[in-house]
Design a protein around this ligand. Structure first.
Ligand SMILES: [Ca+2]
Ligand SMILES: [Ca+2]
Length: 288
């Protein structure tokens, strides 16, 4: 009977698991991307955090989003250098300064202006995520939690100010050094802050459209999300909003990029199949 029920579930669950765990490799920059399913969520600070700067994360409002793909990891130094080499983009930063914070190709790219990030995304055939997409993706399917993995965060979960546990880094950590969130995304809390597509609007949450909000039509700053290696833990909150002028080159801002089209399954069929098998194995293991 147990075998029969497992077989039945294999048949019934297979399509859901394929959809829920779909990852692809984006050909242009070789980056792994995860499908973030369409859905809705409560955007903003549902915890009513006490700090003044958290007021800009309220009111909490319901947002509905179409499905999209998002880079699983932050863009690395190696990937950004490849972009510059291939495209001839005139990058205005200093590679020696980058190496101080990110001393290797597998570390996140830093000293990136919003314009640099947008140029990379355009070259790769992608775009930066909207602020709403970023928060939805960072929550990883959890509801009303403070961080991507739950209500608490420690140095075992993310790279932020100081060291301890798994966090051995005073500056940036190689991308993907900590556990992924529920959507398979790494470093949505900490390591480097991530540029979003939107202009920053202090009061935007009061007037934001409910479906696929694009951010204000104009502004002087762009949105940054997720906290950084030099942040205290409370800046890593999933609802926390940060911003900066689009042409500053902060050492702590990197970016990831997303793509809003639902893509054909080629080339990742094999990878998808493997992920599905792993998920099924996990599902079976948790049910004895
Ligand atoms: Ca650290
Ligand atoms: Ca990050």
């Amino acid at each position: 009977m147990k075998v029969l029920s497992r077989l039945l579930c294999l048949v019934l669950c297979l399509p859901l698991l394929v959809i829920g765990q779909q990852k692809i490799t984006w050909q242009k920059d070789g980056k792994e991307m995860a499908l973030i399913p369409s859905g809705s969520f409560e955007m903003g600070d549902s915890k009513n955090e006490p700090e003044n700067w958290m007021k800009r994360s309220r009111p909490v409002h319901r947002v509905e989003l179409d499905a999209f793909y998002m880079d699983v990891r932050e863009v690395t130094v190696g990937q950004f250098r490849e972009f510059v080499n291939q495209s001839g983009y005139k990058y205005g930063g200093n590679w020696d300064s980058i190496a101080k914070f990110s001393p290797g190709d597998e570390y996140p790219m830093v000293y990136v202006t919003w314009d640099d990030a947008a140029a990379y995304a355009k070259w790769a055939g992608k775009r930066l995520p909207t602020e709403a997409e970023w928060e939805y993706a960072a929550r990883g399917g959890l509801v009303g939690k403070r961080y991507p993995g739950g209500d608490e965060i420690t140095h075992d979960d993310a790279n932020y100010k100081g060291t301890g546990g798994k966090d051995k880094w005073g500056y940036c950590a190689p991308v993907g050094s900590f556990a992924a969130n529920g959507y398979g995304l790494y470093d949505m809390a900490g390591n480097v802050r991530e540029w979003c597509q939107d202009w920053y609007g202090e009061n935007y949450y009061s007037s934001s459209p409910a479906k696929n909000p694009p951010g204000p039509g104009s502004g002087s700053s762009r949105v940054l999300r997720g906290g950084r290696w030099s942040s205290n833990a409370y800046y890593l909150r999933v609802a926390s909003r940060d911003y900066n002028s689009p042409n500053v080159r902060p050492s702590t801002s990197g970016f990831d990029v997303c793509q809003d089209r639902i893509l054909p399954l080629a080339p990742p069929q094999e990878a998808t199949l493997q992920a599905t098998k792993e998920r099924l194995y996990h599902w079976q293991a948790t049910r004895g």
